[in-house]
Design a protein around this ligand. Sequence first.
Ligand code: SGN
Ligand code: CA
Length: 543
Amino acid sequence: MHRFRFSCLIGLLSFSSWSCQKSNHQSESTTERPNIIFIMTDDHAYQAIGAYGSNLMETPNIDRLAEEGMLFDQAFVSNSICSPSRAVALTGKFSHLNGVRDNLDVFDSTQVTFPKLLQQVGYQTAIVGKWHLKSEPTGFDYWKVLPDQGHYYDPVFRTPDGIVQEEGYITDITTDLAISYLDSIREESSPFLLMYHHKAPHRQWWPSMEDLGAYMDTEIPSPATLFDSYVNRGTAAKEAEMRISEHMGLSMDNKIHPDVLQQMNLDEFMAWYESSYLERYKRLDAAEKAKWDAVYGSINVDFEENTPEGQDLTYWKYQRYMQDYLGSLKSVDRNIGRLLDYLDEQRLTDNTLVIYTSDQGFYLGEHGWFDKRFMYEPSFRTPLIMRYPPWIAAGGVNRDLVQNIDFAPTLLQIAGAEVPADMQGKSLLPLFETTKPEWRDALYYHYYEYPGIHMVKRHYGVRTDRYKLIHFYYDVDEWELYDLEKDPDELNNLYGQQGYEVIQANLHERLTQLRIQYQDTSDIQNQLWIEQDIERLKALGWY
Ligand code: SGN
Ligand code: CA
């Protein structure tokens, strides 16, 4: 059976036909076409996944997917921010073509998406959890999603019938919704696509009650660049507002009570959004508040008694940040385990493709930062693991350059559906084979949300397996070039330096080719978008 299915895959790849699968499907059972569970977390850095070699935490359940499937070690996004990544995943197209270039854009839900195409070939489709595309989900037979960012505790959900209030912790609830969809909402007569999308571990990193304090007694290792001074680069890194030292709120992010800060005359560290800490705290019920106070109360007391300063304060904030970030991930990993156990119990493991990814990477202190957005490695890369026992050999690690534009074509091909010619990604199926296929040699990237929160300048660029060329534009005109082999932390901008003339010229050429290939060449269009974006910021009173 195993071998037969695999030869089916080879047939599928060589002849671009799904007749083998289809006849299989007709003659045996309707589940021959794989079910698909697409797990996406929000801001999960590969640095915090055991299977990626994390020294920060253990993730036994996500690791299980890697042990039983394939881990992609060179997986990237095309625009490192939430709504754009989700629109790319749905459409298989870069932001400039799918219309969601930043978190303020509204997804045009009349577009062709892979869930709609799966529906057309007989899949039942569902999405639960984070959505963040503003317009109503389309292409889903069942959906229950968070409005905007949603809440960690007692979240409300959007449904076709209106807003529904839930009680409890978001990661548990999202998993309950996923399991109840599998258990009692779908029909067993046709294969399904379930998009199981977590809010965690998004800022402000509220762990579940079970995990409060889980990392309190651990000194979390810090990255070599925690105290980056931003020399030898252009202005973009220096001017970004996502430094743990300056832009992370002691109250909102690190959970020191605003009253404590006021009492200590540390108001300058509260920032404009400190009231949000109290708003979130109010969502806890009495028992939860008591538990919360027991853990965070002692942190507050300790902070008052031993208030760190200068670099010690940054280090303290990094520890606090990571304790909560990793804490909120514990629940993600545990709940994924719960879902995998359910698949085992229901004998769904062998006919369900599970894909694990995040909407982008995240800075866990690298360059002194939290957040994402830059084309630098920690936010450009994203975790990607795929498990489907009949086709994917267990424990494989792939090092080809893959990108989130590839998700839609991959899932369509796996389901035996046709991949529209205007999708820009490539199916990853050939990478499951032992013989190495022709693959891309370079990736394209374009980020737009500036001016905006965290002030990361607009930029686009190209990355090959060794080099990266980035152009920051709009209020600057600066190029950066990195040799990732010699300088994996991207601290030395080589642009214009002697000895790199040929490499630089080649990268420029490759970038121009990619811009043509992906149809992102119109300066007039780009200028128009900038003007529209600024008008929108003015209308919102943010500019
Ligand atoms: C919120 C966060 C930002 C974050 C954006 C986008 N601030 O605005 O830190 O960059 O979301 O995140 S917060 O005060 O609300 O936590 S994204 O994942 O949705 O792109
Ligand atoms: Ca995100």
